[in-house]
Design a protein around this ligand. Structure first.
Ligand code: ZN
Length: 335
């Protein structure tokens, strides 16, 4: 049985096809024409001693996603690959404000992403994809890009149900107090925009409480909830689902063997299995399921994770039921 069918936590800029990105960087003159693929590849995986911060590596994919054609093609290529991997549904993170360096507006960037996804879904109809627009952490205060985040909010409202399913807050979680974003999420609630929040990924379990207080029903990662029983209780009391990315979480102190996904699940928390940044983590959803099997997850437990993802997806009940119908069939019966 293949349960690796739904990914609720995948960043477009962290999940590009590296060969495509390299060729586009050459075409645009972003890298010197004598740059070898091997040299370009090495820039994605800087050695620890280089001192390059973990989030600076996103400059490599973002450099080639600054015009509509490239954003379109990046999204098209990604969705095509996800369809070929057998995914039925994915929610892809996209930060429109990260694509305005060369003059695009956030809306132009968003439209290009939506069109790329739409075109891929037309050619690969086995997959369905929605975007989650991401607010971004920037600087050491939410004030630093408050205007840009508000624009993202209003764009999300405008395109909700037209390929956009909700919001997220992404970037370096510990830049500032998560509560500084409370007014943004209050606005999202007033506008009935579904949202998830990266919280409890980078060592700060208290952010789990803060994100839940803001109304999040899903958390990006949330793994540091393991630090305190009160964080676990808040997740359970508020019926919050965790978007867990086991391979990615190795960046913040875990190994496959020490990852708390098993403990969280055994406490009754709804966990899901996701990739995060396949280009940087060198993974895909099937690999995440493979790893979990290696550390003792049964097929039934993995199926439960997939069903948790359906339940937590930012879809209508009708759409969820359609997905459930496909999942309970043996893979051999899927078209
Ligand atoms: Zn993430």
């Amino acid at each position: 049985m293949n349960c690796a069918l739904i990914d609720l936590h995948l960043h477009i800029d962290g999940s590009l096809n590296i060969r495509w990105m390299y060729e586009r960087a050459l075409l645009r003159g972003i890298i010197p024409e004598d740059t070898s693929f091997s040299d370009y590849y090495d820039r994605l995986f800087p050695a620890k001693e280089s001192g390059i911060a973990i989030f600076d590596k996103f400059d490599v994919p973002l450099a080639v996603m600054q015009c509509q054609e490239d954003i379109h093609d990046a999204c098209y290529t990604l969705v095509k690959e996800l369809a070929e991997e057998g995914l039925l549904y994915a929610e892809l993170r996209f930060g429109p404000q990260l694509h305005t360096r060369n003059g695009l507006t956030q809306e132009e960037a968003l439209i290009a992403a939506l069109e790329g996804i739409h075109d891929a879904m037309c050619n690969y109809p086995s997959i369905r994809v929605n975007l989650l627009n991401a607010f971004m952490h920037a600087g050491d205060s939410a004030k630093a890009n408050e205007k840009e985040n508000l624009e993202t909010l209003y764009l999300t409202e405008k395109y909700l149900g037209q390929g956009v399913a909700g919001l997220d807050l992404a970037g370096y979680e510990n830049n500032c107090d998560l509560n500084e974003y409370a007014s943004l999420f209050q606005l999202a609630r007033e506008k009935d925009i579904p949202f998830t929040i990266h919280a409890g990924e980078m060592g700060n379990g208290e952010n789990v409480l803060k994100a839940i207080d803001m109304g999040a029903k899903r958390l990006g990662h949330g793994i540091f909830a393991i630090q305190d029983p009160s964080y676990i209780k808040a997740i359970l009391d508020n019926d919050v689902t965790l978007e867990i990315c086991v391979t990615s979480n190795r960046s913040f102190g875990f190994t496959y063997a020490t990852h708390p996904i098993r403990q969280l699940m055994d406490k009754g928390i709804k966990v899901t299995v996701n990739t995060d940044d396949g280009m940087f983590d060198l993974n895909n959803l099937a690999y995440e399921h493979f790893v979990l099997k290696k550390i003792g997850f049964s097929e039934e437990e993995l199926l439960q994770c997939t069903m948790n993802a359906v339940d937590a997806a930012f879809l209508s009940e009708k759409e969820k039921n359609e997905l459930r119908q496909k999942i309970i069939k043996p893979v051999s019966m899927l078209q």
